[in-house]
Ligand binder design. Structure first.
Ligand SMILES: Cc1cc2nc3c(=O)[nH]c(=O)nc-3n(C[C@H](O)[C@H](O)[C@H](O)COP(=O)(O)OP(=O)(O)OC[C@H]3O[C@@H](n4cnc5c(N)ncnc54)[C@H](O)[C@@H]3O)c2cc1C
Length: 493
C-alpha cells in the first residue's frame, strides 16, 4: 500500500476501463485559476465510477466529479480544493429512454447540448429544449446541477428523477412504483434538491424536461437608452404574463463587441470599416433586451400588440420572425443601396444568435470573450464570471456599476429578467494573464462586497466559494452523506 501511495496515480490503475490523465497534463482555464490536482479520471461506465468511489474511500482520496467540465469563467474543470482527483463523466453519454407523452428524456452526465440536439432531430423532431449560450459541447446535467440559465428559462427546475451515487457506494433514486417522470415532485419528502449546488453525491443520470416545438416564434427586441426603464418595462410584461421566456439585456459596450464578432464570422471578407458602418447604421447604442414568444401564431401576434401597449413611450419595440429575417436578408442582396445591403448583413449575422431562442445550441456566445481558437480555456484574455441577484430597486443597477468602477475592473454585464421579475446580473470581469493573481484576490473582496450590499449570487465559481457563508444545515447534511468529506470538498460549503 505504501508503494501505491508514493505514486498517487497507481491506486486508480485497476479501475475498469478508465483513462487516467496525470495532473501536470491538465489544461489551463478561462479564469486562469489553478489547482494542484493529482490526476483526472475518465471512467467509461457507471461500474468504473463505482470502483473509483470505492477506491477513494479505501485510500481517503478526495474526488471532484464533473460532467463535461466546461464550467468556463467559474473554474471550468478544476476542483474547489487542491489535492482533489477530478472525475470527468464526459464518457457517460447515454440518451434515453424518452417518454414523449411526459416531455421527458433520461440523460447521463456526459451528454452535451449538441448530442441532445442531434438525437432529438433524428428521433423526436417534435421536441426542442432550453439551450444555454455556453456552447454546443457543454453538459446538460452539469449545467442543471449548477442551476444554469437557458435562453427560455432557468435550468434549476428542469432535471428530476436523479440517480445519485453516494460515497458509501449506494445508488439513491426514486422508487419506480411511486414516481413517474410526468409528476416529477413525486410523493413524500423532496430530497432531489439536496444534490443541486452541493457536494453530497455524484449524479449519474436524470430525467430532463423537453419543450414541444410550437407553430411559430417571434423574437422581441426592446431598446431604451435608460437601463432601469427598460428593466421596468420587462418586469411589467412578465407581471401581466405577456412574456414567459427569459430576457437577456446586453450593455451597449458588450453588445457592440459581440455584433462585431458576429458580422466578422458570417462575412469574413468585410473590412473593419465596413463592419463599423453596418453597426453604426443598424446597431444601436441603447440598452437592448432580447427575448422571444413561442406558441400559436394568432396568440403570438396578440402578444406583440399587448407589448406595444404596455411598454414606456421611450422604449422602441422590434418584433420579427426567423422567416422575416431571412426574407429581408435575401431581398437586401438585390437592392443596390448600401444602407439596405447593410441591413441584410446585420440581420443575417444576428440570426446566428437568435438560433439559441429556437433551441439550437451554437458556440456563437463565445464571441463575447476574446477567443484564440475554439477553446474558451485558451482565450486571449481571461474572464471570470460573478453574478448578483439585484433587488427590484431603481438604484440597484447604478449601485452595482459604482462598486465595479470603484474596483477599477474591466467588466461587462448581462442582465437577465425572468417571469418571477427577478433580475440577475451576470458580470464578466476581463483581465490580462499577467495580473491574474491580484485580480483573483480582489474578486474575493468583490464577492463579499456584493453580498454585503444585498446582491447575493445565484451560483459561484471555485475561487469565490470560500466567501459564501452557507447555513449550518448544509454542514450537517454533508456529515450525513459524506462524513469523511471525500466528494468535492469545499464546494458550496
Ligand atoms: C461565453 C460563455 C457563455 C456562457 N453562457 C452560459 C449560459 O447562457 N448559461 C449558463 O448557465 N452558463 C453559461 N456559461 C457558463 C458555463 O460554461 C456553463 O454553465 C456550462 O454549461 C457549465 O459546464 P458543464 O455544463 O460542462 O458543467 P460541469 O462543468 O461539468 O459542471 C459544473 C459543476 O457542477 C458539478 N457537477 C457537474 N456534474 C456533476 C455530477 N454528475 N455529479 C456531481 N456534481 C457535478 C461540479 O462541481 C462541476 O464543477 C457560459 C460560459 C461562457 C464562456
Amino acid at each position: 500500500m505504501d508503494g501505491e501511495l508514493s505514486n498517487p496515480l497507481r491506486i486508480w490503475e485497476d479501475i475498469e476501463d478508465c483513462e487516467i490523465i496525470p495532473g501536470d497534463q491538465i489544461g489551463k482555464t478561462l479564469s486562469r485559476t489553478s489547482r494542484d490536482v493529482p490526476c483526472l479520471l475518465k471512467p467509461r461506465s457507471i461500474e468504473g465510477l463505482r470502483q473509483i468511489v470505492a477506491t477513494a474511500t479505501k485510500y481517503q482520496c478526495p474526488i471532484y466529479p464533473i460532467s463535461r467540465g466546461k464550467n468556463w469563467g467559474y473554474g471550468a474543470h478544476l476542483p474547489v480544493q487542491n489535492g482533489s482527483t477530478i472525475v470527468s463523466l464526459e464518457r457517460l453519454r447515454k440518451i434515453g429512454p424518452c417518454i414523449p407523452e411526459s416531455n421527458k428524456i433520461y440523460l447521463e452526465p456526459g451528454v452535451s447540448q449538441e448530442d441532445l440536439y442531434t438525437y432529438l432531430k433524428n428521433n423526436y423532431p417534435q421536441f426542442t429544449f432550453n439551450v444555454t449560450a455556453g456552447g454546443s459541447d457543454t453538459s446538460i446535467l452539469g449545467n442543471c446541477l449548477e442551476r444554469g440559465i437557458g435562453y427560455c428559462r432557468s435550468r434549476a427546475n428542469e432535471l428530476h428523477g436523479l440517480q445519485v451515487l453516494t460515497i458509501d457506494g449506494e445508488f439513491i433514486q426514486q422508487n419506480p412504483d411511486l414516481w413517474h417522470p410526468s409528476h416529477p415532485e413525486g410523493i413524500g419528502a423532496g430530497w432531489e434538491g439536496l444534490f443541486f449546488q452541493s457536494n453530497f453525491g455524484i449524479i449519474t443520470g436524470g430525467w430532463f424536461t423537453l419543450i414541444p416545438k410550437q407553430d411559430s416564434g417571434i423574437f422581441i427586441s426592446l431598446l431604451n437608452a435608460d437601463l432601469d426603464t427598460l428593466i421596468e418595462d420587462f418586469r411589467t410584461l412578465y407581471r401581466h404574463q405577456v412574456l414567459d421566456e427569459i430576457t437577456h439585456i446586453g450593455d451597449p459596450g458588450r453588445k457592440e463587441y459581440v455584433l462585431k464578432g458576429l458580422i466578422a464570422k458570417k462575412f469574413p471578407n468585410l473590412s473593419t470599416q465596413q463592419i463599423a458602418k453596418v453597426i453604426q447604421q443598424h446597431g444601436s447604442d441603447a440598452f437592448q433586451g432580447v427575448t422571444a414568444v413561442h406558441g400559436r401564431t394568432t396568440i403570438n401576434k396578440a402578444r406583440v400588440r399587448e407589448i406595444k401597449k404596455l411598454i414606456s413611450p421611450s422604449t422602441d419595440l422590434k418584433a420579427f420572425t426567423p422567416r422575416t429575417v431571412e426574407q429581408i436578408a435575401s431581398i437586401s442582396r438585390w437592392i443596390p443601396f448600401p444602407y439596405f445591403r447593410n441591413l441584410g448583413i446585420f440581420l443575417e449575422s444576428v440570426a446566428e444568435l437568435l438560433k439559441l431562442s429556437e433551441g439550437e445550441p451554437t458556440n456563437i456566445g463565445h464571441l463575447s470573450i476574446k477567443m484564440k481558437g475554439d477553446d474558451p480555456n485558451l482565450a486571449e484574455e481571461s474572464a471570470v464570471y460573478l453574478n448578483a441577484t439585484l433587488p427590484n430597486d431603481r438604484n440597484a443597477t447604478q449601485e452595482l456599476r459604482k462598486l465595479l468602477d470603484l474596483g477599477g475592473y474591466k467588466y461587462s454585464i448581462t442582465y437577465i429578467v425572468d417571469t418571477r421579475q427577478s433580475i440577475s446580473a451576470i458580470i464578466t470581469i476581463h483581465f490580462e494573464d499577467e495580473v491574474a493573481p491580484p485580480v483573483q484576490e480582489a474578486l474575493g473582496h468583490l464577492t463579499k462586497a456584493l453580498i454585503e450590499k444585498g446582491f447575493p449570487p445565484y451560483r459561484s465559481g471555485i475561487d469565490q466559494m470560500e466567501h459564501l457563508e452557507m447555513p449550518l444545515i448544509n454542514k450537517k447534511l454533508k456529515h450525513l452523506f459524506d462524513p469523511e468529506n471525500l466528494i468535492a470538498p469545499g464546494r458550496y460549503l
